[in-house]
Design a protein around this ligand. Structure first.
Ligand code: GDP
Ligand code: MG
Length: 176
């Protein structure tokens, strides 16, 4: 990293992906370090959580928005994408449909988000190996095709959850 990074900046980061992939659980795990089993209400309005991620000695402020409900109709408002600095796009490794829908999500993101938005593709529920429907390589290949960063995560065990947000923060520093 070279140059000057302004620690006063707050980066709007949004979680997107089909209903049920684990967006709310991922944010709860990142924010509170715990997993609360069972579905969160999908009808709660859009909310956000402020978090500071420390990269070396640099503090990166993230304002993380969780989409709730709207994703069912893929009616996440376009204005919502417009000022996003980073997007975490989730599918569920046990759900082929959630993976198949990633292309549609990416099409929408490319249409409405800023061209320099940081995008991370996350294959969530990595703890559910026995129910796996999507190979890690398939996630990697799709990410490569779209030039986005890829990781498998588990909101349940916490694996790669901190790393995912840390990686976003590093990318944001690099692009500033
Ligand atoms: P959202 O609709 O994308 O916000 O998904 P939720 O966070 O509400 O999660 C949907 C369901 O998947 C809930 O029953 C969660 O407990 C479960 N879930 C979420 N993340 C994980 C995970 O990493 N592993 C497992 N095993 N279950 C998860
Ligand atoms: Mg949710």
């Amino acid at each position: 990293v070279c140059g000057y990074y302004n620690e006063d900046l707050t980066h709007k980061t949004i979680l997107v992906g089909d209903s049920g992939v684990g967006k709310t659980s991922l944010l709860v795990q990142f924010d509170q370090g715990k997993f609360i089993p069972g579905s969160f209400s999908a009808t709660v309005g859009i909310g956000f959580t402020n978090k500071v991620v420390t990269v070396g000695d640099v503090k990166v402020k993230l304002q993380i928005w969780d989409t709730a409900g709207q994703e069912r109709f893929r009616s996440v408002t376009h204005a919502y994408y417009r000022d996003a600095h980073a997007l975490l796009l989730l599918y569920d490794i046990t759900s082929k449909s959630s993976f198949d829908n990633i292309r549609a999500w990416l099409t929408e993101i490319h249409e409405y988000a800023q061209s320099d938005v940081v995008i991370m593709l996350l294959g969530n529920k990595a703890d559910m190996g026995s129910g796996r429907a999507i190979k890690r390589e398939d996630g990697e290949r799709l990410a490569r095709e779209y030039g986005v960063i890829f990781m498998e995560t588990s909101a349940k065990t916490g694996i790669n959850v901190d790393l995912a947000f840390m990686t976003v923060a590093k990318e944001l520093i690099g692009r500033s």
